[in-house]
Structures are given as structure tokens and as C-alpha cells.
Design a protein around this ligand. Structure first.
Ligand code: ADP
Ligand code: MG
Length: 682
């Protein structure tokens, strides 16, 4: 049955080779493609009561012509045709621009139907369509398709009509009847028909609702099926860690774990111990204490007789993590080593040898860690920090390194729930949603660039208390195209401003790594009080004495990135401040600045960021693995997404899904998408 709809569009009487080629340009090859090529909007010709129409809204009205149309010409070929129309008990004006020929078609006292934009102030419709007579349109509500090449709206409507006539009977239900009933969804045939030939917006809403659910369910089924097979076909290692040692280690920490940290530690430990391979995402806002959780997990793996690896995106971060892990774990006889591309020659060979011999327990470094020459004796646990910087592909490569190690991906960019369950739907998710006690929220202000003097005075007040400041700029050097502050210029200006009172350092990605080191060290030891930097300090850098951050041209950053940057301050016990220097021109830009001043909660920010930017742009890169849906919208249809996810999880876990006839079409659809390859279906 499915096969009928797979027929080429040329099987339709009325579509020849030429049309088929044009349709192919729109990725429409089969009858099914055509039937599922949904309108992107609808033209509403239903008659409206003018009292209910908003200013500037599009409207269709029917009325009696009250005055002979008057035609005036202006400019070269421009004309304006004006008449008065009785609509109900209203007398309104109707104007047509550049359609002089209509003058002869419109007669006084005649009934006409016009469509156009309603100007409520002038009580005028600026019309672009006109028909004589009443009920002139056969339909009130017509689909509008996004089209390419020679295909016209009329043509498209006709093709779809043809497809329906000849093939409508072959449209089959894919969703299980129980779901259709439970959610009161239109069946597939009705829903497709309604998408193309609706009579009201309400009908479209119902049809759309069905496809939103269908799309989400199929997508989630794929994700959950992948996850299930991943689990079953890639046995992990059972890591029998030493609980007594672990407790001792946790007790040795200078602070008690937060409840959220405890919960996540338990989730991680349970999975280390299980025969399944861990494939888990750990989300926690900047400063929520992920490093400690990582340390506990790595230590657990070491007590079970395995080695661990911690992979981070930058050398600076690697060094910082290495230092803090050494501090925490070496008292417990755990050997931690740092490996980056700047560690070369003899030293490098030694580390690699020790690693292969099992003398090194935990290796910390950049993605150089997973390159071929790096060989572990017995790798059990891999953790990546800031994993969203590693693409989907790298995520897979990493999982395939070593003998089925458990893998934990950590990120400080809180990912909105909707994205987490789509982009990372094949993973388990842990969340640290609680800050360590006593953390003060960072006071954030939005200032116009003209207020720089005052801002600098504010900065100096903090410096006088013995604190330090970050100054962030979007670019390294002056760019002719963009009028943005750049690190080198700002460094010069501020060095001059603070004269001999304070030392101003400069940090950016183009410095050699020794230079970066020198600057960073000088800042962390307070030899430098003001650090002018590009976004290279974004991740991980930890200088608790820094309480002030100024961000130049803040409108050029996304919310998530601003939040990341801001997370560099507020790491000690003193009140910290963040000042956004920005004069955003767009509404969205202004909205972003406002939101930043209003909340410190990374999850709230990430939801807002998603709303403002849209899913495709959320991670700032194209190949971020954000799926594209035809009908559904992850942000607005998030409730349906959650429902579909739960249903998918339930189905995949159940025995009957794999055998019962009720799910046959759903299984077939999944099979077609290649997910169930190798799985037997009746
Ligand atoms: P993240 O990596 O999540 O941004 P870190 O692990 O770097 O955060 O922790 C930030 C700071 O908070 C560190 O100085 C760390 O020692 C401290 N910290 C972590 N957990 C706690 C806790 N439960 N109570 C108090 N301080 C904590
Ligand atoms: Mg961290």
C-alpha cells in the first residue's frame, strides 16, 4: 500500500516530464512528496466585521458601491482609483493603486468584494484584489505554497488536487489508533486533506496538531531506538569502585556537596557500576560545581582499577583543570597528568609511556587526548567539558575510542529542555540546578557607550578594594568593516587611563601560548589587575578575586555567550558586577540586554535565547545537529514534544511495539528511515 504513494508524480494525469522536473527542483518526486508538501500559510478571504479588524490587518469585505470611482494619475505611470463603499452600515473608502482598468468594471450601487489592508485611522482599505458580485470567491481560505521556478500557486493547487483524486485512497494511517483517540487527532487522510483544502483557520490548527505530533513521535522513536540499540549492542564495563575510599574523598572536600551535586554523583556512580556504557550529558550553570562531580567520578573509576581522561576545548582550561584535579586527588595517591600540544619531546614521550604502562591514572588535556598515538592501558571513564564545542561527529568518535569506556559530556551552557531532548535525545541527561550556598548573584547593568567615563570610575572603585577586573572585547584588531571596540585599542586606552595605578594586561587568541600563559598567570597572581581580553577567557577560567567585568559591544554576543562570560566573575565571596556596554539597534538586541540585567539563571537565559534566536541558531554554528521539522516548531510546540518523547520512550520499552499489528505502520516508517536496520520486522 505504501508503495502506491511512492509512484513518481508523472503517474498523475496532468503532470508531464517538464512539470515533474520543475517539481523535482522543490524536492517533490513522488506522489507522497506532493501530498506532504504543505502550505506555509493561508490566504484568508472570509468576510470580516470591520469593527473587529486591527489596523494594518489584511481583510476581505463585501459592500455596495456608493460613489463612482474617481481615477487620478500622478508621477509617470502611477494611478490611484478611489471609491466609497457601504459595508454593512459603514461608509468606508477603498483605493486601488495602479489598476486604472478597474474604473470601467465598477459601477455605482453594485455589490463588490475587495481584499486589502485596513487602515483603521483613515477608514480605508488599500485594496489589491476585487471581484464584482457577492460571494465572489468560491473559497474563503486558500493555501499558499512556497514555490520555485515555473510552478504557480494555481498549478500547485491543481497538482495536489489531482494527487488526491487519484491517490487519496492509498493514504494510510501511521499512528496507532490508541494515540489518535487519546489525543483526538485527525486521521492521516483527513489531516492531509485539511492541510490543503481547509475551510477555516481552526481546521488547519487541528490538522497541524496531528502532524506536529506525528513528526515529533517519529523523531523521538528514532532517538530512543538508537539509544536502546546503543545500550544493548555496546556493553560497557562494570566498574566496581571502592565506596569507602570514595566517601573519604568526598569528606575531604572543603565544602559539603549541594543536593544537586549529590544526585548527579549518584547517577554517575550507578552507571559506572552498571554493565551499560554511560552516554550522559551533564548540564550545570557556570560555577555550579561540575568539576568536583567530575573528580569524584574519575576517582571512582581509578579505585575500580581503570584510567580516566578529561578532555577540554582549550589549553588554558586544560591547565586549570589539571591543577585543580591534582590538588584534589594527589593526596589520595592518584597520578594526574596534563597533555597538550605544547608538551613536546622527551616529556611527551614519558607521559605517553607512563599512560600506556598504567602509571598515569588520569590524563587531562585538549582533544589531542583522543588522537591515535595516545594509548591508555585500561581506559574506563572519559569526561569532556564544554562538549557543545565538540560537534556531533566528534561525540561519536570519542565514544568509539577505547574499549567501551563510560562517557560523560559536561556543559555549562544550559540547554533548553526542548533542545536537550532533540539534539541530545540519544543521551541520558543529568542536571545540576542548584548553586553552592552563599553564592551572590552578579549585579548586571546595561550602559550606553557614552557612559564609559562613569563605568571606568566604577571599575576603579572595585580595584581600590583590591579586586580585579575583566574587560571583554569582541575583536582582536581594528576592523574596517565593523565599528566595534577591539582588544588592542582598548588595551592602549585603558593602560593610559589607569596609568601607574594599575597594571593592564592583554589577552587574545592570536598570542602564542607562552604569552597567554604569562598574562593569565600574572592575572591570577594579581600582578595584573585589569585584563583586557577577547572571548578566549569565556570558558572555565577561575580567578575568584576578579569581581568586575565590562563587556564592550555586548550586543554582538548571544545571551548564552554573555552568560558564559559573566560567569568569570562572581566566583569568590564578594559581590561582583557585570557592565554591558551596548547600544543595540534592534528590538531583539535591546531585549537581550534587558534579560541579562534581570536574571542570573542560565536555564532561564537559555530558554529566552532559544526564543530570540530560534533552534537552528542556538549553538551559533550550522552543523549543530538541530533537526529540522516540516510542520513542527520545537519552541512553540514544546508540549507536544514532551508528550511525544514520553510516548516514544514507552513504546520502545514495550514488548508489543515490536510485534503488535497496531504498530506495524509506525515500525515500517521507522524502518524506511534506516533506524531499524538489521532488526527483524514481520
Ligand atoms: P563549574 O565547572 O560548574 O563552572 P566549578 O566546578 O569550577 O564550577 O566550581 C566553581 C567553584 O565552586 C569552585 O571554586 C568550587 O571549588 C566551588 N564549589 C563547587 N562545589 C561547591 C559546593 N558544594 N559548595 C561550595 N563551593 C563549591
Ligand atoms: Mg567548569
Amino acid at each position: 500500500m505504501f508503495d502506491h504513494l511512492n509512484h513518481s508524480v508523472t503517474a498523475l494525469k496532468g503532470i508531464g516530464e517538464e512539470t515533474a522536473e520543475a517539481l523535482a527542483e522543490m524536492k517533490i518526486f513522488t506522489v507522497q512528496d506532493l501530498l506532504e508538501y504543505f502550505p506555509y500559510r493561508y490566504e484568508d478571504y472570509s468576510l470580516k466585521d470591520l469593527t473587529e479588524v486591527q489596523h494594518d490587518e489584511k481583510v476581505t469585505v463585501e459592500g455596495k458601491v456608493h460613489s463612482d470611482p474617481s481615477l487620478t494619475y500622478y508621477g509617470r505611470k502611477k494611478s490611484k482609483l478611489m471609491l466609497r463603499l457601504f459595508v454593512g452600515s459603514y461608509l468606508i473608502k477603498v483605493v486601488f493603486f495602479n489598476q486604472p482598468y478597474l474604473k470601467n468594471k465598477i459601477n455605482i450601487n453594485e455589490t463588490i468584494t475587495v481584499t486589502g489592508k485596513w487602515d483603521a485611522h483613515r477608514q480605508t482599505i488599500s485594496a489589491n484584489e476585487m471581484q464584482t458580485g457577492t460571494n465572489a470567491k468560491t473559497k474563503d481560505f486558500e493555501p499558499v505554497y512556497s514555490l520555485k521556478g515555473k510552478i504557480t500557486t494555481k498549478g500547485m493547487r491543481k497538482f495536489i488536487h489531482l494527487a488526491f483524486q487519484q491517490y487519496g485512497q492509498f493514504i494510510e494511517e501511521t499512528l496507532p489508533v490508541t494515540f489518535i483517540q487519546k489525543y483526538r487527532l485527525l486521521n492521516r487522510y483527513e489531516a492531509i486533506k485539511t492541510m490543503h483544502f481547509p475551510i477555516s483557520p481552526e481546521e488547519v490548527k487541528q490538522a497541524r496538531r496531528r502532524f506536529v505530533y506525528e513528526e515529533f513521535l517519529l523523531f523521538q522513536l528514532k532517538m530512543q531506538a538508537l539509544r536502546k540499540f546503543e545500550r544493548e549492542h555496546s556493553p560497557g564495563i562494570i566498574q566496581k569502585y571502592d565506596l569507602a575510599n570514595l566517601k573519604e574523598f568526598i569528606d575531604s572536600l572543603p565544602f559539603p556537596l549541594t543536593n544537586a551535586q549529590k544526585r548527579v554523583v549518584n547517577e554517575v556512580l550507578a552507571e559506572l557500576k552498571s554493565p551499560y556504557r554511560m552516554n550522559r550529558l551533564l548540564q550545570g550553570d557556570v560555577g555550579s560545581g561540575k568539576t568536583v562531580v567530575a573528580a569524584i567520578g574519575l576517582y571512582a573509576s581509578v579505585t575500580a582499577g581503570f584510567q580516566g581522561a578529561l578532555m577540554v576545548p582549550t589549553e588554558i582550561l586544560a591547565e586549570q583543570h589539571a591543577e585543580s584535579l591534582k590538588g584534589l586527588l594527589e593526596p589520595f595517591n592518584v597520578k594526574c597528568e596534563l597533555l597538550t600540544s605544547s608538551i613536546k619531546g622527551k616529556r611527551r614521550r614519558e607521559i605517553l609511556q607512563d599512560l600506556a604502562d598504567g602509571m598515569v591514572d588520569i590524563l587531562i588535556g585538549t582533544h589531542a587526548l583522543i588522537q591515535e598515538e595516545v594509548m591508555f592501558k585500561k581506559l574506563g571513564f572519559v569526561i569532556t567539558d564544554e562538549q557543545h564545542r565538540f560537534g556531533v561527529e566528534q561525540r561519536r568518535v570519542l565514544r568509539e575510542k577505547g574499549e567501551n569506556p563510560d562517557v560523560l559530556f559536561m556543559t555549562a551552557t544550559p540547554i533548553p529542555r526542548t533542545l536537550a531532548i532533540t539534539v541530545f535525545g540519544e543521551m541520558d541527561v543529568s542536571i545540576i540546578d542548584e548553586m553552592p550556598a552563599g553564592r551572590k548573584s552578579i549585579e548586571t547593568y546595561w550602559a550606553k557607550p557614552e557612559m564609559l567615563e562613569r563605568v571606568l570610575a566604577f571599575v576603579e572603585k572595585e580595584l581600590m578594594k583590591g579586586h580585579q577586573a575583566y574587560v571583554i572585547c569582541p575583536l582582536i584588531e581594528e576592523s574596517e568593516k565593523l565599528d566595534v571596540q577591539n582588544a588592542i585599542d582598548v588595551h592602549t586606552t585603558l593602560s593610559h587611563y589607569f596609568q601607574n595605578r594599575y597594571q593592564v594586561g592583554l589577552m587574545h587568541g592570536r598570542l602564542a601560548s607562552e604569552e597567554k600563559d604569562t598574562v593569565m598567570k600574572a592575572f591570577s597572581t594579581n600582578e595584573v589587575q585589569v585584563l583586557v581580553s577577547t572571548t578566549v577567557v569565556e570558558v572555565g577560567v577561575n580567578v575568584p578575586n576578579a569581581t568586575m567585568m565590562v563587556i564592550y559591544d555586548a550586543e554582538r554576543f548571544g545571551l548564552s555567550q554573555l552568560h558564559q562570560l559573566r560567569g568569570r566573575v562572581g566566583r569568590g565571596s564578594d559581590q561582583s558586577y557585570c557592565i554591558l556596554l551596548a547600544s543595540p539597534k534592534s528590538e531583539v538586541g535591546q531585549e537581550r540586554m534587558r534579560i541579562m540585567t534581570e536574571t542570573n539563571d542560565g536555564f532561564v537565559l537559555s530558554e529566552k535565547d532559544l526564543e530570540l534566536r530560534g533552534p537552528g541558531d542556538f549553538f551559533g554554528k550550522k552543523q549543530s545537529g538541530v533537526p529540522e521539522f516540516k510542520v513542527a516548531d520545537m519552541v512553540h510546540d514544546y508540549r507536544a514534544l514532551e508528550t511525544a518523547r514520553n510516548d516514544a520512550a514507552m513504546l520502545i520499552q514495550s514488548e508489543t511495539f515490536w510485534t503488535a499489528p497496531e504498530y506495524l505502520n509506525l515500525r515500517k516508517t521507522l524502518e524506511k528511515s534506516g533506524v531499524l536496520e538489521g532488526e527483524k520486522l514481520d
